[in-house]
Design a protein around this ligand. Sequence first.
Ligand code: HEM
Length: 504
Amino acid sequence: MTTQQRSNPIYKYIGGAAAAGVTLLAAYYHDRAIFDENREGIKTIGGWPLVGNLPLLLQYKEKMHDFLFESFKLLEDRTLTMSALGIPRHIATVNPANVEHVLKGPEFHGAMNDLFGNGIFNANGAEWKYQRKTASHVFNVKNFRDQFTDVFVQEIEYMSEKIWDSALEKNEAVDFHDIMFKFTLDSFILLGFGVQLNALGSKGKVPFAAAFDEAQKNTFQRFVNPIWPVTERIQKLAMPWKPSMNEHLHVVDSFAREVTEKRREEIARGEEKKDLLSRFMNARNDKGELLNNTELRDIVLNFVIAGRDTTAQALSWTFYLLMNHPRVEEKLMQEINEHITDDVMHDSPALYEVIKNMKYAHAVFYEVLRLYPSVPLNQKYALNDDVWPDGTEIRKGDYILWSPYSQGRNEENWGPTAEQFRPERWFDANGELKRETQGQWPAFHVGPRVCLGQHLATLEALVAITFLLKRYKFKLIPGQDITYQVSLTLPMKNGMMVTVEKRE
Ligand code: HEM
């Protein structure tokens, strides 16, 4: 603006009116984002004029789960609301009755990404029902006992030899978190597609694993970034050498297609195969037709996506907590030594039966998922007005947020020891293992879309925990910053370096 313009009374008038307007708006929206309505009866953290909680959310974006947990504590309530400029109003709850109410209601999953295709995560209505039913036939006790346990044992033997025995011999520190990701990828690819990927045996990343990891990362970015088509185009221009999402998907799809074509030939020759892909080849879709290659790819890959990261993270947090709680580790060792003999370790169906009855090991795993749920935060969109069990009034269009991470640490839910790692809380007065209601412990979700793989994940985790603890003693290298990375799941941000000793 020139000096002449500045002294013009019209400009002065406009400037003054604008300033007065902003001041009035700031006075009206003194604690919340502009144009956001107040919500009577729901506690809120006071925000800044016009931008609401946006500065706080940005400040704590790397510690989002703890920020939420502390907010519930501060407000002394289990339901709260936040208002932040640019983000639709959210109502967050850690009240088990609310969580159960919300998640038992109708559920519609929006299309996440090309990586998921038309698999169960993106499916709704009849298509979802059919996929869920077909999968539940495959996830039966007989298959768990006679086949799945053996897949996990095979991979643990491979991991022991390639990683832990070698680290022992060379006295080398290892990133435990990274190894768990390789272990669960290898085991779910073997279980799902019936092929050995050997991520555990490779120094760098095998091409499928690299493409799969990048495609998953990209899926998360697309989930949190509404303008992803623009961002991805800019990235392509700025870094043309970096493979795009489509190129990653091509690697993943080619792998699935090649394995599927080969498997069809093997089955046609009369070979008997037990992986999920082969089992689904006999299944029919909702129109009564045999599944085509794309349908098979989507179904099997959805299981790999669902199970791989979640189980790897749960295993990593389990060992982190055990290394920091020698009392619990010792008690678990007693149970392992009582139940897991050399004979059992070489007889998978017997191992399955033994592990099923290891109560303390189950309690440890549930307790880990209470404090470090692999899906720490989740949200839904209210399709209609509603009233929650705690009286909170929900309006159509509200975003509902529930946080298994905050819920598990909340004292009103779990008593004064809520923040402590105490597997004993999972036993009743008669020493029997008690399973909490889904609302109280939503680690595996609640209601009709409850995790389809919860028993498989528990089996894989307990086989890995018992075998690894029986053979090795892990020690955390001191001075590391072990923390989570904010993501759709709960990975360790900086990994977890450990040393290993042979267990006497
Ligand atoms: C510790 C490990 C695991 C945890 C904590 C976990 C947790 C969850 C959660 C919270 C959901 C609901 C997600 C949502 O709808 O927003 C879910 C869904 C699902 N999970 Fe898991 N999961 C684990 C392992 C597995 C494994 C090993 C498999 C299978 C191989 C699996 C298969 C599925 C499937 C298919 C669904 C979608 C179910 C549906 O929409 O009907 N999960 N899981």
